[in-house]
Design a binder for this molecule. Structure first.
Ligand code: NAD
Length: 311
């Protein structure tokens, strides 16, 4: 399969690298010149549980320089950059190109559908972790899965092909007709852990230093799931609370990407996570006070960083 990755940071490079290793034709599209140049000159360095190696054979370029029309475009920018990135590849996306977002948060389906026919759009979720270790160098440890489905709920043979290609790259991918349940449960997880860590500076494990930590996590998870339920999406609260407890117990040193963004003074994905939950909560009349408070705190932290950058 001919695959382009739009946004080849931690996740885009991890997925692009593993797809290239499994024999697919992969082009990484990014605007980070240092990262592109490192991959051009030395290959992508991928450090995973399968080893520390260089991935040869990857094409890399800026989005507006992409040629041809791929079978699959995988969108892995941060959510706040999706629309600008999609505009820059408008001529690269053919009528038969499927476009898949595995980004966190809500609003990704709508963003893609503003630029593409619904029949081309696939949405999903991944639990694979990834971190940038430097230009051209990506880390990922542990296991993950990918779940995906078409945005219009219709299963076509091309969707099964995409899932099979990702699965054959070892990414443990399956089609999931209940994709909105899967997405909302990940949103609940991220709305609780990412924003609490980003607001407090705690690692995931440090959230249980005081009983207030797990209590706040639980409150946010239940608020987010209540919004999903009010929209008719069947979510499983014990499963979701179990996965946050597991993360607090086992991923103790992990700094969620939202905390890493705050520490680096960058804008965060709070808008696509807590922000979208609050907006949808208003539409369905569900109170989400904890989620909304965390949204406000992160907005203030982002504003302070932006003002500091301007001074
Ligand atoms: P990242 O910041 O490492 O990578 C994003 C990349 O997009 C960067 O390399 C950036 O240069 C590039 N980019 C920005 N604007 C662009 C544009 N206009 N055109 C092309 N490229 C552009 O982020 P990440 O950690 O890889 O996360 C990507 C998405 O995946 C996010 O939505 C995140 O929430 C989600 N996600 C991340 C993880 C993780 O462990 N990192 C896990 C699951 C899901």
């Amino acid at each position: 399969m001919n695959i382009s990755i739009l946004g080849a940071g931690a996740m885009g490079s991890l997925f692009g690298g593993r797809l290239a290793e499994s024999g697919q034709q992969v082009t990484l599209l990014d605007i980070n010149e240092a990262h592109l140049e490192a991959i051009r000159s030395q290959g992508l360095r991928l450090q995973t549980d399968s080893g520390d190696r260089r991935v040869p054979g990857l094409s890399v370029c800026r989005p507006e320089q992409a040629t041809g029309q791929p079978d699959l475009l995988l969108v892995f920018t941060k959510t706040q950059h999706t629309e600008q990135a999609l505009r820059s590849v408008a001529t690269h996306i053919g009528q038969h190109t499927l476009v898949l977002s595995l980004q966190n948060g809500l609003g990704n389906a709508e963003a893609l559908c503003r630029h593409l026919a619904k029949e081309q759009v696939m949405i999903g979720m991944t639990t694979w972790p990834g971190d940038m270790a430097g230009p051209g160098h990506v880390h990922s440890h542990g296991e993950g899965v990918v779940r995906t489905f078409s945005v219009d709920g219709v299963e076509r043979p091309a969707h099964a092909e995409v899932a099979a290609v990702l699965d054959a790259a070892g990414l443990q991918c399956a089609l999931d007709p209940n994709i909105w349940t899967t997405i909302w449960e990940k949103v609940a997880f991220n709305a609780a852990l990412n924003s609490l860590c980003a607001a407090t500076g705690c690692t995931v494990g440090q959230l249980d230093a005081r009983p207030e930590g797990p209590a706040l996590v639980r409150a946010v998870v239940l608020e987010v799931l209540a919004v999903a339920q009010a929209q008719g999406i069947a979510v499983d609260a014990p499963r979701c609370l179990g996965s946050v407890s597991h993360a607090i117990a086992h991923h103790r040193a992990h700094k969620p990407s939202m905390l890493q963004d705050v520490l680096a003074g960058r804008p965060t994905e709070i808008g696509a996570i807590n922000g979208e939950v609050v907006a949808r909560a208003r539409e369905v009349g569900v109170a989400v006070p904890h989620t909304e408070t965390l949204l406000g705190l992160l907005r203030l932290i982002e504003a302070r960083a932006a003002a500091g950058a301007d001074e």
